[in-house]
Design a protein around this ligand. Sequence first.
Ligand code: MBD
Ligand code: FE
Length: 287
Amino acid sequence: MTSTEINPTEHNPTAAGSGRNATAAFAAKERASGPVDHARVSAIATDAIAALHEVVRRHQVTYAEYDALKAWLISVGETGEWPLFLDVWVEHVVEEVANADRKGAVGTIEGPYYIPGAPEFASEATLPMREDEKGTPLLFQGTVTDLDGKPVDGALVELWHADDDGYYSQFAPGIPEWNLRGQIRVGADGHFAFHTIQPAPYQIPTDGSCGKLIAAAGWHPWRPAHLHLKVSAPGKQLVTTQLYFDGGEWVDNDVAQAVKPELILRPTPAASGEGNEVTYDFALDPA
Ligand code: MBD
Ligand code: FE
């Protein structure tokens, strides 16, 4: 290891480390597959390539810039950062198209750090966390209903989020496997309650390919602090979403453009006297 390389610890995970894990998580994901629709592949690929041609002409892209692009694209794969790149700069439009007709709970992007199969609890849970987990305690609760407001018995609420340093378990070294990840199977009243801590804003790793692009363009690498959720039930549309904190840093300037006004939490001091609490309900569209 040279002196310029980062020693991966809990406090400075590497882009390549989290990228490798995100690429592996994506490879393991159950993905819809079907027969190839050749007409659609041709139409989309033709337009995507033509869009690139248009950019080259509009900006009179040089050979030096073309070679820089080639080198950068190669490096994105080498550092495993395709999931990060795509989810930060592309996914929000795919989500917008996919959920345009939804009437219930508002969705947003999933991002690269979801892992299925987190520890499951009934109704009320304390998320798995370290004995000395840093951060302001948060009681996050709500009810899952259908579009008529009727509780959905047996709905599943999955919650995952970063810690007080902005790091996700399984994507940064030194954090227990299921830290700050869990799921609640609600009962007949549709109610869930998670005891957790408030996450910190997330910074795109500065030592990888995405960080290189951000630095070269003079952008910022931040996402506002957020909770990730998937809420699902038989016969209902699964909603994948995120919730943000009113007044939090970067809420108005998310690098991933995934904030929506319906997704802002306004926590208040908890009745228990410990930290904050907030209620957020999910209405599920029929499948
Ligand atoms: C994240 O935590 C995230 O939620 C997204 C969408 C992209 C990168 C990191
Ligand atoms: Fe995230």
